[in-house]
Design a protein around this ligand. Structure first.
Ligand SMILES: [Zn+2]
Length: 336
């Protein structure tokens, strides 16, 4: 095999700077004619009928366009006589954004490699912080759809396992004599959780959130195919994995990689999650930690997917999902 100078240039260029990765810019979203935005959403929402409306209430294909002139698309079902829109019965159902707004939100969210701050997104879209907050979480929920039922080791024989603690920050006391050892469980806030990641070498990523690493062992056993070789650090929490898997252990006090054992890919996942924590999200702990962990996993797995494809994948999941797990009833509970 020989290399032309052209090929070398392609290899050297960072993927995210390449033209291929820029198939759907925000500029393109805003220049797109209304009809094109609508066609795109209809095809993503109703892929089986190539965009022809399917009634979300009764499943009938017999619906007609009943929009008023200049208004958002609306359909009426001839079977059950009910009205619906392209987003009715989906993750976006409770929002009142124009279709272009959703497309822009998804594009902004996907394009920000380190994770998008919800405050910045609310400014970009001209919506309230609360709207932006809920929308961003729904996009995380839709990324997480890709991880449902995911099994590690089915097409690659090696995976790395690692854990890292997040949240529950305890402020050190001002006076030295009042300070406590914040590494001890009794001095932690109780909100501190461990994110455990299983990362297929050269393949997919699966995160979970637990009280401690040892509580993750049965989850790992259930999500990793038998016969997979696992790589883990020296923490005693992973000892129980030896009963089921071949486990290569790496003692990080001795080396980062020794005899083929290392957890570098799991660690690069955590550095992505930490960057998101430090740079953008100030509420990464608590109820939403799993969603942030899933977002980081999705971004890690899709880092070489061009952004047009990323946007359509997120949109497809959002429109295929029947309502939000996290935010059903949110607007009833949080009235403006
Ligand atoms: Zn109907």
């Amino acid at each position: 095999m020989y290399f032309t100078s052209n090929m070398v240039m392609i290899v050297a260029q960072h993927f995210l700077l390449s033209r291929q990765a820029k198939t759907l810019s925000l500029g393109k979203v805003f220049r797109m004619p209304d009809a094109e935005v609508e066609t795109l959403f209809r095809k993503v929402r109703w892929p089986d009928t190539d965009g022809a409306p399917v009634c979300p209430h009764c499943g009938s294909l017999d619906a007609y366009d009943c929009r008023r002139p200049g208004k958002a698309p609306r359909f009426r079902c001839r079977e059950c006589k009910k009205d619906f829109s392209i987003t009715s019965g989906t993750l976006f159902a409770s929002h009142k954004l124009p279709l272009r707004g959703y497309l822009a939100a998804i594009a902004i969210f996907c394009n920000e490699v380190k994770g998008k701050s919800m405050l910045a997104m609310s400014r970009d879209l001209g919506v309230s912080y609360k709207t932006s907050f809920v929308l961003a979480h729904k996009l995380r929920e839709s990324m997480a759809e890709d991880m449902k039922g995911r099994v590690i080791g089915d097409d690659r024989p090696e995976a790395e396992v690692d854990g890292a603690y997040f949240g529950g920050y305890v402020k050190p006391s001002n006076l030295r004599e009042e300070r406590v050892d914040r590494r001890l469980r009794k001095n932690m806030s109780g909100k501190r959780k461990v994110v455990v990641v299983i990362r297929e070498r050269g393949g997919e990523t699966l995160p979970g959130v637990f009280q401690s690493e040892s509580q993750a062992v049965s989850w790992i056993k259930s999500r990793v195919v038998k016969g997979t070789t696992l790589h883990a650090d020296e923490a005693s929490s992973w000892n129980d994995l030896h009963a089921r898997f071949e486990v290569k252990r790496i003692n990080h006090e001795e080396a980062y990689s020794l005899d083929g054992a290392c957890t570098n890919q799991a660690e690069s996942y955590f550095s992505r999650l930490r960057r998101g924590e430090a740079g953008h999200h100030h509420h990464i702990s608590g109820a939403y930690l799993l969603r942030y962990a899933q977002e980081a996993a999705w971004r890690e797995d899709n880092r070489r997917t061009d952004n047009g494809e990323q946007v359509s994948r997120v949109a497809k999941n959002a429109l295929a999902k029947r309502g939000s797990v996290d935010f059903t009833g949110y607007w009833q509970r949080h009235k403006d």
